[in-house]
Design a protein. Structure first.
Length: 267
C-alpha cells in the first residue's frame, strides 16, 4: 500500500495528526482515511494525550477526496459497494471524530473543500488562518447532493448553508468567523502557535470533566436530531450518486470538474 500521507506528532499532551500530501493539496485517499482513523484510535487510547489537533502541512488543509485514488474509485462501480465504502470511510470515520472522548481541534489554512470541510467541521473547535476558505461545490460540479455528512446547517446556520450548497461559492475565514463556524482567525504565520497554545490550555483541564462536557455539548445537538439528520442525508446522498445527472458525470468528468473548481474557475 502506498504511504498514506499522514504525519503523526506528539507535542507534550497533544497528538497532532496532519494531512501530509501537500503536492496534491492534501486530497484524501482511502489509505489516508484508514491511517487517520487508526491514529485517532491510538490518540484516544493513550492516556498521555489530552487534546488532538487535526491539521495539514503545506498551503492547504484539504481539497477533499482524492478522486484519482484507485482504492476510492473502485468502490464507485455499484451502489452496494459504494454504500459500504462510504459508510466506513466517510460516515463512520467522520462520526468517530465527533464522538472522540477528547477535544479535537481543526487547524485550517488555505483550501478546506468538500470532504476537507466535512472532517474539519466534525471537530470540536476550528482555528483558521486568514487565508483559509471553505467550499462544498459538489451540487453544481457533479450533480451530487453535497458531501456525505451534512454537518453544514449545524455549523453555519440553515440560511447560510443553503446558499453555500446551492450556489457553490466560497466562504472566507472572516465570513466563517462571523457565522460562528470557526473559533478564531489568525495570521497564517501564527496558526500553529495559536492552535497549540489553545490545545495546551485545554489540556490542563481534567480529562474526565472535558469528556463529560463534550458529551453534554454533543448531546445538545443530538437531542435536536443531529445524528439522525446526518444519517438521513447520508442515505439521500447515496440516491444522488444513482441519479441520471449524477451517473452522467463519470469519474473522469468528476475529476476534471473538481480540478477546475480547485483551480478557482467556478468556486
Ligand atoms: Zn458519496
Amino acid at each position: 500500500m502506498a504511504e498514506p500521507g499522514l504525519l503523526i506528532e506528539r507535542i507534550g499532551p497533544i497528538a497532532r495528526l496532519s494531512h501530509n500530501r501537500p503536492e496534491r493539496r492534501n486530497a484524501q485517499s482511502a489509505a489516508f482515511l484508514d491511517a487517520l482513523d487508526s491514529a485517532l484510535a491510538d490518540a484516544i487510547a493513550d492516556p498521555a494525550v489530552r487534546v488532538i489537533v487535526l491539521g495539514a502541512t503545506g498551503a492547504h488543509f484539504s481539497a477533499g477526496h482524492y478522486l484519482k485514488d484507485p482504492d476510492t474509485m473502485r468502490h464507485q462501480r455499484n451502489p452496494e459497494d459504494r454504500y459500504e465504502f462510504e459508510s466506513r470511510c466517510y460516515r463512520d470515520y467522520a462520526l468517530r471524530l465527533w464522538d472522540a472522548p477528547k477535544p479535537v481541534i481543526a487547524q485550517v489554512q488555505g483550501a478546506c473543500i468538500a470532504a476537507g470541510f466535512m472532517i474539519a467541521n466534525m471537530c470540536d473547535l476550528i482555528v483558521a488562518s486568514d487565508d483559509a476558505f471553505f467550499a462544498d461545490p459538489v451540487v453544481g460540479a457533479v450533480a451530487i447532493s453535497g458531501v456525505e455528512m451534512l454537518v453544514h446547517p449545524w455549523v453555519m446556520g440553515l440560511r447560510q448553508a443553503k446558499e453555500f450548497l446551492y450556489a457553490g461559492g466560497r466562504v472566507t475565514a472572516a465570513e466563517a468567523l462571523a457565522m460562528g463556524m470557526v473559533n478564531r482567525v489568525v495570521p497564517r504565520a501564527d496558526l500553529e502557535g495559536v492552535t497549540l497554545e489553545l490545545a495546551e490550555r485545554i489540556a490542563r483541564s481534567s480529562p474526565f470533566a472535558l469528556r463529560l462536557m463534550k458529551r453534554s455539548l454533543n448531546r445538545t445537538a443530538e437531542i435536536q436530531g443531529f445524528r439522525a439528520a446526518l444519517d438521513a442525508h447520508f442515505d439521500t446522498h447515496q440516491l444522488s450518486h444513482m441519479s441520471t445527472d449524477g451517473q452522467a458525470r463519470t469519474a473522469g468528468d468528476m475529476g476534471a470538474a473538481i480540478g477546475a473548481m480547485k483551480r478557482g474557475s467556478s468556486v
